[in-house]
Design a protein around this ligand. Structure first.
Ligand SMILES: Cc1cc2nc3c(=O)[nH]c(=O)nc-3n(C[C@H](O)[C@H](O)[C@H](O)COP(=O)(O)O)c2cc1C
Ligand SMILES: O=C(O)C(=O)c1ccccc1
Length: 386
């Protein structure tokens, strides 16, 4: 069984009279998913920072690299597996943490459904701090699939400790600390529509289910108190000085998300991080930066094999996945593609998006003669002069 078999399944289904129910093209997926979402979610999910130049650059950057086909290399047998923190994954994909995925399905249990996508595909879910169901319920829905917990470090250190300890107890296998979002970026689409879901009390289940947060609000708080308490504690701007404390909270691997500079990557590892997550938050936080993909090679060089490098921001196709891997990422995360899949077609819709990415990546590696991840290095790519 290889990931490429998904195309056989689709063709056979069509021969049996059943055409695929879910989109293949990202623009089509996005347009249909946005139409299916309530208006207040459209700006939040699709939008980015400023005039969204960085968000567009994330996607465009992939076109500046071309995969070079190599022949006669027995590519029939593929192996896309990768080992991350002691778990072997069949493919190097991850579901990026998305704080509002919980409200992207009509039943408001989108975080549980994202975990079901992980369970169905074996692609680990990185669950956000901002969930609509408690992290314990989401972990249970992921079953045997991998799951990592993404921490938005609160100002209240006891609350941070409680969230990390709950995640550890619930079976999450790594803690991803997001560094670039202790304050929301300047997001004109949301500003113009007066829209920020958390301020309407959405996606706060990990707080309202937490004993430390409950002490902060007092018993039976009204919704306004919950939101204002959240606003007061949400975003601690993590610094190097905080790392020993964060390290002391858990024995789980710690992955730092938002690292784009080689010096930051090197120092993070020197100071005890176990993984580096190169990302610019899908262009949602700071406009005016380059594409995350352009920061990846130097980050990989700085890490020098000491720890896994995860990459996200702008991955839309199987070819994008292969290019990020060739530039040195050990695993590639997707954000909006699976959220849109879920919004449009529920769990089967998101499973389709994941399987389509796996199948396309697998078939590209086959046709281009890079049958395993070890075969895929910078030599597989040429930079197209702009
Ligand atoms: C609607 C939305 C909510 C997000 N929420 C979080 C979050 O809670 N925590 C986090 O670390 N990143 C969050 N991100 C960023 C993603 O983890 C990821 O970095 C980004 O979506 C990757 O870019 P892509 O959407 O172009 O694939 C969010 C992204 C989107 C689109
Ligand atoms: O929307 C986001 O990308 C996000 O992760 C976030 C969460 C809380 C505050 C600001 C941004």
């Amino acid at each position: 069984m290889s990931f490429g078999d998904y195309q056989i399944e689709l063709y056979l289904g069509a021969l049996g009279g059943v055409l695929p129910a879910h989109p293949f093209d990202y623009s089509d997926l996005e347009a249909r998913a946005l139409a299916a979402l309530p208006p207040e979610l459209r700006t939040y999910v699709a939008g980015g920072a400023g005039d969204e130049a960085t968000q567009r650059a994330n996607v465009a950057a992939f076109q500046r690299y071309a995969l070079v086909p190599r022949m006669l290399r027995a590519p029939a047998e593929r192996d896309l597996s990768v080992e991350l923190f002691g778990r072997t994954l069949a493919s190097p994909l991850l579901l990026a943490p998305v704080g509002v995925v919980g409200i992207c399905t009509p039943d408001q249990h989108g975080d549980v459904h994202a975990a079901e996508v992980a369970a169905a595909t074996g692609v680990p879910l990185i669950g956000s701090t901002l969930m609509s169901d408690p992290l314990e319920d989401v972990a249970a829905a992921a079953g045997d699939a991998g799951k990592w917990f993404q921490l938005y470090t609160p100002r209240n250190r006891d609350l941070a400790a409680s969230l990390v300890q709950r995640a550890e107890k619930a079976g999450y296998e790594a803690i991803v600390i997001t560094l670039d979002t202790w304050v929301p970026g300047w997001r004109p689409r949301d500003l113009a529509s007066g829209n920020f879901p958390q301020l309407r009390g959405k996606a706060l289940a990990n707080y309202t289910s937490d004993p430390v947060f409950r002490e902060m609000t007092g018993p039976d708080p009204d919704p306004g108190t919950v939101v204002m308490t959240w606003v007061g504690t949400f975003g601690h701007p993590v610094t190097w000085e905080d790392l020993p404390w964060l390290r002391s909270l858990t024995d789980l691997p710690i992955v730092l998300k938002g690292i784009c500079h080689p010096d930051d990557a090197r120092r993070a590892l020197d100071e005890g991080a176990d993984g580096i997550y190169c990302s610019n938050h899908g262009g949602r936080q700071a406009n005016g930066g380059g594409a995350a993909l352009d920061w990846l090679p130097d980050v990989v060089t700085a890490v020098d094999g000491r720890a896994p490098v995860v990459f996200d921001s702008g991955v839309r196709t199987g070819a994008d996945v292969v290019k990020a891997l060739a530039l040195g990422a050990d695993a590639v995360a997707i954000g909006r593609p699976y959220v849109y899949g879920l919004a449009l077609g529920g769990v089967p819709g998101a499973v389709h998006q994941v399987r389509a990415l796996q199948a396309e990546a697998d078939l590209i590696m086959a046709v281009d003669g890079y049958p395993t991840l070890a075969d895929l290095g910078p030599d597989a790519l040429r930079r197209i002069p702009s």
